[in-house]
Design a protein around this ligand. Structure first.
Ligand SMILES: [Zn+2]
Length: 361
């Protein structure tokens, strides 16, 4: 037994697959241990211990964004466009979620990212010959993956990246062993991004549901979906220049149902952001619990919804040191009252949160 260890007793444990009978989980240092006794004890009072939740689509500005995650059981955040230099001092702090970041996203001249969202002109990729410049700049800045804004060129004209440029960005990112996340909110954008061979489609279209052929293509190419339903519900309610009139959140729900049914991994992400330039305010932390509830309404079981924010996300997105309550994994933990595999809303009844073994709530 080490000097600092904690036994969380009388908890049912969602290990990433199923919920156990009440037992004890011991944390030693930053990791889950195989021991059964410890120097301090926390009575779990018959609640359920979950792996810390992972939000696979946020935008980070400052410490307060991360603190909201810690307070709501979100222990890892994947930022999908931010100013990296403002976040560097927030890595590795013991009471805040761990995070990764895309840095600046690739977009076309005249797109919303530079005209409205405040990203610098180096965000603009002028054509296929400019793709390698964009990717190497991001790697030099410390981006953990590459984000590409893919819009429907029939609506956005030259303010949308063309197919050749998207393909060149994917080729360059893959040559540097970087995963590519594509922002896609229309079916034509999903088709373009899929044809270009991106790794993750983030957002779910609201202009129409994905048809069977496109779902089959996404499945065949091994692409992951992070649909951000909580954001798309807000987007569908507003007239945006990126969309024709008639957008419907029901299309996004239908697409998630179809993707999940086809076996495409669907991971939980919210698009949470506190930036004043964003058209919406999706709250860090609490929005992830809402996303899990929307996944259940789209046809995932509560267990599948939990997996989408824990073990499945961890294993698919290079976070396999966490996401499950197994000895040796990071002690990112959420203690809740009730059983979220029976009623997903139980994830909101939080009694305790640990990040890498440090209790933060
Ligand atoms: Zn986003």
């Amino acid at each position: 037994m080490t000097a600092a260890s904690t036994a969380i007793t009388n908890v049912r444990v969602f290990d990433g697959q199923q919920v156990s009978e009440p037992r004890t989980v011991v944390v030693e240092g930053a990791l889950i241990a195989s021991a059964t006794t410890a120097t301090t004890t926390v009575d779990g009072q018959g609640g359920t211990l979950l792996p810390g939740l992972i939000d696979a689509h946020v935008h980070l500005i400052d410490r307060a964004d991360l603190a909201k995650g810690a307070d709501t059981g979100v222990t890892t955040m994947l930022d999908m466009a931010s100013h990296l230099e403002r976040l560097a001092h927030l890595h590795g702090l013991p009471d805040l979620p761990d995070f990764r970041s895309a840095g600046i996203p690739a977009s076309a001249a005249g797109g919303m990212q530079t005209t409205r969202m405040g990203f610098p002109l180096s965000s603009i990729v002028s054509g296929p010959a400019d793709a390698e410049r964009f990717v190497t700049e991001r790697l030099a800045e410390g981006s953990d993956y590459i984000k590409i804004i893919v819009e429907d060129p029939h609506i956005m004209g030259t303010a949308a990246l063309d197919a050749g440029t998207i393909a060149a960005l994917v080729a360059s990112a893959h040559a540097h062993h970087q995963r590519v996340f594509a922002h896609v909110t229309t079916v034509p954008a999903v088709q373009m991004a899929t044809n270009a061979g991106v790794d993750v489609l983030t957002h779910a279209p609201i202009d129409a549901p994905l048809d069977d052929a496109l779902v089959a293509q996404i499945k065949a190419q091994g692409i992951i979906s992070v649909p951000t339903l909580v954001m798309m519900r807000s987007v569908a309610a507003l007239a945006l220049p990126t969309h024709r009139p008639g957008s419907d959140f029901g299309h996004a729900l239908a697409s998630v149902r179809a993707l999940h049914h086809a076996g495409v991994p669907v991971l939980a992400g919210t698009d949470a952001s506190s930036t004043p330039n964003s058209p919406f305010r999706i709250a860090h932390g609490t929005a992830l619990h809402e996303e899990l509830e929307l996944f259940v309404s789209a046809g995932l079981s509560p267990t599948e919804a939990l997996q989408s924010a824990t073990i499945r996300c961890a294993d698919l997105l290079d976070l396999s040191d966490r996401g499950a309550i197994i000895p040796g994994r990071r002690a990112d933990l959420v203690l809740v009252t009730g059983d979220p595999t029976a009623d997903i809303r139980a994830t909101r009844a939080i009694q305790g949160v640990w990040i890498a073994g440090t209790r933060v709530r």
